[in-house]
Design a protein around this ligand. Structure first.
Ligand SMILES: O=C(CO)[C@H](O)[C@H](O)COP(=O)(O)O
Length: 269
């Protein structure tokens, strides 16, 4: 069923980038079906998705159980009338839809601009499918222009930061500057009570290697690289168009192309 979103759903005068975010969220909401357990991302694009799903709950009777990735999103989802549950309650998720700060041609991501990448990664990896919703500005050839967030525990954070900086000497990156994320005059703290070090790298030559190196450091909780986690990206455009980039093989078209034997051979192997 195609959802009808009333004209005032996205108010006139919306900026081109907000219009693009709405277009991606609207398209992604069509992947959500009644009965699903859905992970809800964090950020301004994810907020559009929560708004769309709230409309579908009220106008169409969509029934989902949602696991939010931040207190912010949980609050918005409840206000929209969406049933909010914990990951423990549902155990596993059918689908997670979230924003991103950058995505590359392999659909690897940088996330955590909103400081929620720890819960976002837990929720996305506990899902059958992760869909990223985005405007075109997040598409890059190589990750790294957006500062890479690394969540660290407050205890001994200066030593952890020093170890992070030293670890960067052994990996292929463009630059090696780090900053402690601030909220005004105070260090920014995550929903888990941790700090964030932003790494200004310019270019990340090997995202998988960097992610492993960072997560081996004592004091590091999680970094914002999502490698091989995202399955689908939905790009919204300011004129309301959308495009879907999908890594999940379309079984029907593979079968049409005579690939059925190979698919089932791979599964059997
Ligand atoms: O990773 C995130 C929060 O931790 C966000 O998804 C990311 O920062 C994109 O945000 P926005 O949709 O506001 O551009």
């Amino acid at each position: 069923m195609t959802t009808f979103f009333p004209a005032d759903f996205a108010p006139a005068g919306l900026s081109p980038v907000e219009m693009a975010k709405f277009a991606s969220a609207r398209r992604a909401s069509a992947f959500v079906e009644s009965g699903m357990r859905v992970g809800l991302g964090t950020g301004s694009t994810a907020a559009w998705l929560v708004k769309c799903l709230g409309h579908m709950v009220r106008a169409e009777g969509l029934q989902i159980r949602a696991v939010p990735t931040s207190e912010r999103t949980a609050q918005q989802a409840r206000a929209e009338g969406i049933e909010v549950v914990s990951l423990q309650d549902v155990g596993w998720l059918d689908l997670t839809i979230d924003g991103a700060d950058e995505f590359d041609p392999a659909l690897n991501l940088i996330k955590g601009g909103g400081g929620a990448h720890l819960r976002e990664k837990i929720v996305a990896t506990a899902s059958d499918r992760m869909i990223v919703i985005t405007d075109p500005s997040k598409q890059v050839a190589t990750l790294g222009m957006f500062p890479l967030p690394v969540e660290i525990v407050p205890f001994g954070w200066q030593a952890t930061r020093q170890l992070i900086e030293e670890s960067l000497l052994g990996v292929d990156v463009g630059a090696r500057k780090s900053t402690l994320r601030m909220n005004g005059t105070q260090p920014f703290t995550t929903d888990e009570g941790n700090l964030i070090i932003d790494l200004h790298l310019g270019r990340i030559g090997n995202a998988r290697q960097l992610s492993l190196v960072l997560n081996q450091i004592a004091g590091v909780v999680e970094n914002g690289l999502f490698v091989d986690i995202c399955d689908t990206v939905v790009i919204g455009h300011p004129d309301g168009r959308d495009e879907v980039i999908d890594l999940i093989p379309d079984l029907e078209s593979l079968v049409d192309a005579g690939g059925e034997d190979n698919i089932f051979k791979d599964i059997a192997d």
